[in-house]
Design a protein around this ligand. Structure first.
Ligand code: G6P
Ligand code: MG
Length: 217
């Protein structure tokens, strides 16, 4: 039967993970909080609110609700200043090829992202039309590792979760896909994404044979 391919956005379709990191690091510095690359892995796939909560807890800081809102807005302004300069060159290698291959095979294609900026970014890199459905941070109430975002995507594709395949670069996202009973494909380091069913360094390592197997099995 038809399969549903669900793509995370940041760090999978485009290399925006580095921009999130830069913006969070700047904000953390302003609060005298330092965080490592390892801690940054824990922010990947995690909503804006949850990310700020984590950073504050690492720095043992508590702030007022107003200050919290102010910092979130500031982080997003910084992040958007990077996004504003994006173009199609920031699409990660072989993404268009893989999207076209899956489309040619008449399979479902969805975006499943925690980001509230997902639509803006897809427009910037001219990939919005590649997705049958887009589920992002504006559509969910529970952040990854909760499976909500992927379950909504499956529902909108009209494909059962067990027939869906998720591409994720984050630990939280791999967990969400596994909990949703979907096949999880980690994009990145196996030492970080070991819980995924498969891990590839990037899309150049994913062969058409492998995609065909996912479609036919
Ligand atoms: C993605 C990124 C996270 C980011 C989250 C919310 O999951 O991996 O780093 O915090 O989206 O993004 P937003 O653009 O709404 O702040
Ligand atoms: Mg991601």
């Amino acid at each position: 039967s038809k399969k549903g391919f669900i793509f995370d956005l940041d760090g999978v379709i485009v290399d925006t993970a580095k921009y999130h990191f830069l913006a969070w690091r700047k904000l953390a510095k302003s609060l005298d909080i330092d965080f490592s690359e390892t801690q940054n892995e824990q922010l990947k796939g995690v909503s804006r609110v949850k990310s700020l909560e984590k950073i504050l807890s690492w720095g043992n800081k508590s702030i007022s609700e107003d200050k919290f809102m102010e910092l979130m807005a500031k982080k997003n302004d910084d992040y958007l200043s990077f996004i504003d300069k994006m173009d199609t060159q920031e699409i990660l290698p072989d993404i268009p090829k893989v999207l076209n291959f899956i489309k040619d095979k008449k399979q479902g294609i969805a975006l499943g992202s925690a980001s509230k900026n997902a639509r803006t970014i897809l427009k910037k890199v001219k990939l919005k039309k590649s997705f049958e459905t887009i589920v992002d941070g504006n559509d969910v109430s529970k952040a990854k590792p909760d499976p909500e975002v992927f379950l909504i995507a499956a529902k909108q594709l009209n494909i059962a979760p067990e027939h869906c395949i998720v591409f994720e670069d984050s630990v939280a996202g791999v967990k969400a896909a596994n909990t949703a009973n979907m096949i999880s494909i980690g994009i990145g380091e196996i030492s970080i994404l070991g819980e995924a069913d498969y891990v590839f360094k990037d899309f150049t390592q994913i062969s058409e044979e492998f995609l065909t197997e996912l479609i036919t099995n």
